[in-house]
Ligand binder design. Structure first.
Ligand SMILES: Cc1ncc(COP(=O)(O)O)c(C=O)c1O
Length: 433
């Protein structure tokens, strides 16, 4: 039976993760009666962030100045935050770094993967990617393939596995598709790629912080992925433009150590001894070879506050509890939209099966998706539009309440029932949708 608003309030009252919302600055959100369903694009502001950033600006920068690189741990901040992200990805300390953007990190790890394959299996010349993945990933793969003499093969998501053969060097895949919310089974795909002799590079931008990621599978060697990257500003709540994370299978970094290989963005901080200021580049060991230039300390300080909220989440039930809540929120949204907005032209795009979707739900609308989303936003429900016809709603389990889901559907239903979205003002496009 369709849930009532009271049912949803009861779900919130019994939600053991409900206290986590207090770790975010929700006062102004609540004051505007805003329902924020876009944490998969830009997470909410953590309560600790403003004071921490102010302390780094005034104390560490203003007072301690350049001494902070040593005395306030600036030099090792990328690694420290990486170690805090590692449990979210199912990997160990020292295996994750935070630096640059997801696109830049993808360039680094895909280059490394291509170099490893070129050495081991020079006849493998193909990189397979999902044609519907985030365009930046496809652009990076395309330009690298051209530069290195590989060919990029764009496949439909259903045919990925059938494209894996002895010509494939690397499979590059985003675990949760940004537009449809479809979630790939990581271990199964990694295993299939390895059996075909290919390496796997995962983009975890829409995974990390929404559900437990298992880059190492359940322990079998062939299930352990090769490289991964992901955003810091989505479910990790690091703030606009927050630095991204990068992971490499330790077997690869150990081999790169033995062979003294790096990645092509050979900036000074990825050097083995940056302060020797040597004229020749020597890649640093382990993950440090994936650093490039000076880290953005203010952005890292903000990201650390976002990542620290997960310590509280781990104490309250862990990543599985977060995942269960995400499934419950997205399932509730699907049920409510399908029952209350039936006949209004919305079609579910996200998989119905809970183990096949990420923490977002998307509906398509043939002619009005953009205008409907604009009208919904005017009613203070923030989701986003993804071309050509997708209404996308994200459900960050750290702070989204069940009653938010109910209220959001209530407002969406009003927008559709009254046809208010047809008003001309909802068709004007801005730079960011
Ligand atoms: C799946 C995915 N990959 C990559 C990116 C690009 O990230 P960045 O702008 O940090 O390079 C995004 C941005 O939204 C994304 O959703």
């Amino acid at each position: 039976m369709t849930k009532t608003r009271t049912d949803c309030l009861n779900l919130d009252a019994n939600d053991r993760l409900a206290p986590l919302r207090a770790h975010f600055m929700t006062e102004s959100v609540d004051a505007q009666s805003l329902i924020y369903l876009d944490g998969n694009s830009l997470g909410l502001l953590p309560r600790a962030t403003p004071a921490r950033v102010q302390e780094v600006v005034q104390g560490e920068w203003g007072r301690d100045l350049i001494r902070s690189w040593n005395e306030n741990g600036w030099m090792t901040l990328s690694q420290r935050i990486g170690d805090k992200i590692a449990p979210l990805l199912g990997v160990g300390p020292g295996e994750v770094l935070v630096a640059d953007s997801t696109s830049v990190n993808l360039y680094k790890v895909l280059s490394a993967a291509l170099a490893l394959t070129k050495a081991d299996a020079p006849r493998r010349r193909l990189v397979v990617a999902d044609r519907t993945d985030f365009p930046s990933d496809l652009y990076i793969a395309d330009s690298l393939c051209r530069e290195r003499g590989f060919e990029l093969v764009l496949a439909d998501d259903q045919e990925i596995l059938s494209r894996l053969d002895d010509r494939v060097a690397v499979l590059q895949l985003t675990q949760v598709n940004y537009r449809t919310g479809r979630r790939h089974r990581m271990s199964e795909i990694t295993r299939a790629a390895h059996r075909a002799g290919a390496l796997v590079v995962w983009d975890l931008s829409h995974s990390a912080g929404a559900f437990p990621v298992k880059l190492k599978g359940e322990g079998a060697a062939e299930d352990v992925a090769d490289f991964a990257v992901g955003c810091g500003y989505k479910y990790l709540n690091g703030g606009p433009g927050a630095p991204a994370f990068v992971w490499a299978n330790p077997a690869h970094t150990q081999r790169m150590d033995r062979e003294h290989t790096g990645q092509p963005l050979s900036g000074w901080l990825g050097h083995e001894a940056p302060f020797e200021f040597e004229p020749d580049y020597r890649p640093g060991t382990s993950m440090s070879r994936f650093l490039c230039g000076t880290p953005p300390i203010l952005s890292l300080a903000a990201l650390e506050c976002g990542v620290d909220v997960f310590q509280a989440a781990l104490a309250l039930g862990g990543l599985n509890a977060l995942c269960e809540k995400s499934i419950a929120l997205t399932g509730l949204f699907i049920d409510l939209v399908e029952s209350r907005c039936a006949g209004q032209g919305l079609t579910l795009v996200t998989p119905r099966r809970s183990d096949e979707r990420g923490s977002q739900v998307c509906f398509s609308h043939e002619s009005g998706a953009f205008a409907i989303m604009k009208a919904v936003i005017e009613r203070n429900v923030i989701g986003d539009f993804r071309a050509p016809n997708i209404l996308r709603f994200g459900f960050a389990p750290l702070y989204t309440r069940f009653v938010d889901v109910w209220d959001a559907v209530d407002r969406l239903e009003t927008v559709l029932r009254t046809s208010e979205w047809r008003d001309a003002r909802f068709s004007l496009r801005e730079a960011v949708t």
